[in-house]
Design a protein around this ligand. Structure first.
Ligand SMILES: NC(=O)c1ccc[n+]([C@@H]2O[C@H](COP(=O)([O-])OP(=O)(O)OC[C@H]3O[C@@H](n4cnc5c(N)ncnc54)[C@H](O)[C@@H]3O)[C@@H](O)[C@H]2O)c1
Length: 322
């Protein structure tokens, strides 16, 4: 299949491009900047594309005529609170531009990457735990608001124009790659700083509990949903879940591999506020039923696989800031 990815230069693109190329697809990766050195291994073509530029998106889709689009380009939650206008432009207008270009270029299928950030505590009380697909959505961030809008636009384009839009609400994703300014980044830095410094001061409380997922499961979900039989799908957007550890349970797991690692917890008010507004755990029964979704990594299985990868990444000289 000919597949175009927007925002391919980020954390998910890093692993998704390679998985699609390995499966034999013709992949056109696009992002604001040229291919980053960290993505050099992945293969496929690379083009510059700013999703806020409607004409450029239209030209690209008309020239390339992809059969499937993975729309990843976005400004994530913490970066979005630092610059809500940019988050609105990229996530809201960018998604509109991508859907419009897909409609005009007769793209058959589009995968949207939503987030647990669509959830927030409703005025009537706390979110259910675990949180099902269909609850009233009260996101507390610009990122979450634009993801709710993106989900609704996907449903609209599916119904009105018969573009086969599909998507997942990802938990915080963890991989040995540069995270993109999400509020769940503390979880990855517990691994990175344990390896490189032996200690980490987390910007979240020790009892912070949010849904997380190891990237290989996240990428597999993106492939499995994209190629699932349409008749089996009862929804446009699906909750998916893996594990929901407290921050101090992640610390215990990291110590399996790095026994002396020290962790302290100094909550950052903005990012802690975002984390506290998210569900503690997710109910993904619909994804399990409709397209047989099942995560394969537990927290400890992720730790065992991730720590050597983080070591290799740091040996290669990756610069991670936080
Ligand atoms: N990583 C996670 O934990 C997570 C969780 C939930 C949902 N998601 C969603 O998955 C998608 C990909 O996430 P990621 O972790 O790879 O994010 P990331 O921040 O690592 O990558 C996003 C990419 O989008 C690009 N981008 C920004 N503005 C752009 C523009 N105007 N035009 C084109 N590209 C632009 C950036 O250059 C970056 O390479 C996003 O839609 C995100 O909301 C990610």
């Amino acid at each position: 299949m000919k597949i175009l990815i927007t925002g391919a230069g980020g954390q998910i693109g890093h692993d998704l491009i390679g998985a699609l190329v390995a499966a034999g697809h013709h992949v056109v990766s696009t992002d604001l900047a040229p291919r980053p050195p960290s993505h050099a291994h992945a293969g496929g073509d690379w083009q510059r594309l700013d999703v806020t530029d409607a004409a450029a998106v239209q030209h690209m889709f008309t020239d390339e005529r992809p059969e499937l689009v993975y729309h990843l380009a976005a400004i994530l939650s913490a970066s979005g609170e630092a610059n809500p206008r940019l988050a609105y432009d990229v996530n809201q207008t960018g998604t509109w531009n991508v859907l419009e270009a897909a409609r005009r270029a007769k793209v058959k299928r589009l995968m949207f990457t939503s987030s647990i950030a669509v959830f927030g505590p409703p005025p009537s009380g706390p979110l259910p735990d675990p949180c099902p697909d269909d609850v009233a959505l009260h996101p507390g961030t610009m990122y979450g608001a634009t993801k709710v809008s993106g989900e609704l636009l996907c449903s609209y384009y599916r119904k009105r124009y018969d573009i086969d839009c599909r998507g997942v609400r990802f938990p915080g994703l963890i991989s040995a790659a540069m995270p993109g300014g999400g509020s769940s980044d503390y979880a990855l830095f517990m691994y990175v700083d344990a390896v490189r410094k032996g200690s980490y001061e987390a910007f979240a409380r020790a009892d912070t509990r949010i849904p997380l997922m190891y990237m290989p499961d996240g990428v597999r979900a993106l492939l499995e949903l994209a190629f699932a039989e349409r008749e089996k799908l009862s929804r446009t957007i699906y909750n998916i879940a893996a594990f929901s550890p407290r921050a101090d349970e992640i610390a215990t797991s990291v110590r399996r591999a790095i026994p002396d690692a020290q962790f302290t917890y100094v909550p950052d008010p903005v990012r802690q506020g975002i984390l506290d507004s998210w569900p503690k755990a997710i109910d993904d029964a619909a994804a399990r039923r409709d397209w047989s979704w099942k995560p394969s990594y537990t927290l400890d299985a992720m730790t065992d696989d991730l720590v050597p990868r983080v070591r290799r990444m740091l040996d290669l000289g990756a610069v991670l800031s936080h």
